[in-house]
Design a protein around this ligand. Structure first.
Ligand code: SAM
Length: 191
């Protein structure tokens, strides 16, 4: 299924399947708590103070309900303040478009994952080079970089994940419905 319902179903499947210690990059206001399973030890990175306040309170409610634990860290994903091989999974949902240095973040993700650990990602990406969507993404890029949390809509995040040195990468492609068919990827990379 490549439509939007398929994307949402894949999100519930992959996020719901995470267990053990799960590190979430750019957790925002905690949109993914509803999909996480029981007993997860969740660590969230969130550099924006305004989002962190809501995140802390949602994390506490989620932990109470599910028997999980939580820690919110005030930092970006470029330098993750955790030991190497210390987490079972890393989760990222629409974050890699905004990080300062994508290659460096993926290196950090591989560093903190235990061998065999899973990087689960849901990201919008740049459209095929030369397409009208790609040209439009290039035109709005200066605006989104400035006013939408640093978001770069042209980023070829799929290529970067494939080049990052994971053992295996499995991803599906989706299109956001609407006037502008924005491409998304969803998948898993194994450390
Ligand atoms: C579009 S929001 C997505 C939030 C959340 N993941 C979700 O799915 O609702 C992008 C998030 O990435 C965070 N972010 C921006 N730069 C970041 C960085 N360098 N490292 C980690 N998170 C970052 C933003 O603060 C924001 O919370």
């Amino acid at each position: 299924m490549s439509g939007w319902a398929g994307y949402e179903a894949k999100k519930r499947e992959l996020v719901g399947g995470l267990s053990g210690t799960v590190l979430e990059l750019g957790a925002g206001k905690g949109a993914n708590f509803g999909m996480l399973g029981k007993g997860v030890d969740w660590i969230g990175l969130e550099p924006r103070a305004a989002s962190r306040r809501t995140l802390e309170s949602r994390a506490a409610t989620w932990a109470d309900k599910t028997g999980g634990s939580y820690r919110v860290l005030d930092t970006g994903a470029e330098q993750i303040p955790l030991p190497s091989a210390s987490v079972d999974a890393v989760l990222s949902t629409v974050v890699l478009c905004s990080v300062d240095e994508l290659g460096g973040v993926l290196t950090e993700v591989r560093r903190v994952l235990r061998p065999g650990g899973r990087f689960v990602f849901f990201e919008h990406i740049g459209a095929a080079r030369g397409s009208w969507v790609c040209r439009l993404q290039g035109l709005i890029r200066p605006i989104t970089r400035t006013f939408d949390k640093g978001c770069d809509p042209t980023r070829q995040t799929d290529d970067a994940i494939h080049a990052a040195g994971f053992t295996t990468v499995t991803l599906d492609r989706y299109t956001l419905p609407g006037l502008v068919p924005i491409p998304y990827i969803a998948g898993t990379a194994i450390s």
